[in-house]
Design a protein around this ligand. Sequence first.
Ligand SMILES: *Cc1c(COP(=O)(O)O)cnc(C)c1O
Length: 390
Amino acid sequence: MGAESSYQDLITFRSNTPQYFPEATAEEWSQTKWQLKNRVQTLEQIEKHLILADEERAGILLTGTKLATAINPHYFNLIEADNPGCPLRRQVIPRIEETLEDPLEMADPCGEDSHMPVPGLVHRYPDRVLFLVTDRCASYCRYCTRSRVVSGVSEQKLEMQWEKAFEYLENTPQVRDVLLSGGDPLLLSDSRLEKLLTRLSSIPHIQFLRIGSRIPNFLPQRITPELCQMLSKFHPLYLSVHFNHPRELTLENKEALERLANHGIPMGNQSVLLKGVNDSIEIQRALLHKLLMCRVRPYYLYQCDLIQGSSHLRTSIAEGLEIMEGLRGHTTGYAIPQYVIDAPGGGGKVPINPDYIVERTSEKVTIRNYEGKIFTYPEPQPTKASSISL
Ligand SMILES: *Cc1c(COP(=O)(O)O)cnc(C)c1O
């Protein structure tokens, strides 16, 4: 009974009615500019609304030189005031654990800096590139794999030389797929983004473009009809969004995703498996079902990168595998993301799967299904010509 009602509760799309911003007019609330100008950033601003744990208060004061704290009102408004375990809060409010030093953690866990032929352009796989076009986001995720260069407070700056990147791409015909990321590309103005997309789509060997963005989650107000109209001029254009918890999918987020889908933009979701946020089958199932209702196909579930200061958010791989087992066969195949580890040091994304093969010989494969029942599949055997009677 309890689980049933909590599932129903989790998959309900609710309107995000301002609770912490009583002074905001409906007009202001709907503006990207207002949402960015009124980001919650200081201890004082945060404590005005939330009851903080000591670990959070210390975290807010001590982590500011590594990754800025900033939460735009739409997202901040979804945080529970009196629950330090709130799954949305854990993603954006720093904790003192971020200052813990773990020798296994890295500043650049996916080895991006060593794979940049041009500053800001990561060319790891032969046929596609990751193009970092800005260092800013609407709000900052505490587990950001690129915290070394985003938010503008750390020593390392994201170097961007767009013109050099365009030249590299023009001269590298094996690149057929360009993924724009950052920072968040949808924070660029419509006109800057349009210029960027125009330039990239004029390169003949580039077959399609992709954008990776958490704006449809943090700031659905930015997904205006004008933005969607502009983006739809660049088809085929794919969008990877980033939702980690079903409560992030409010009615306003659903409407923003529907606007994008109605403009013909195929969407995938990339989420990160995070301790205390989405590390249960129940939460994952509700998230994945809600995404499908918003016409977003779950794409990747990332094992949390070994980014400095993330130990309190990382789960074991065993837990990730258990979640994947709890999905396959138990829910719609379309709902199931691929669980991956972005190999530390720069090996790229590696799929991690529960093992459904019980035994494999040259004659047959023995497999188990989602219920644990055992089946065999015979391997093709060489046919002896002499056994065929002509
Ligand atoms: C994730 C990533 C890509 C895209 O990978 P897909 O599996 O094609 O989505 C490309 N380049 C880099 C460096 C990446 O990290």
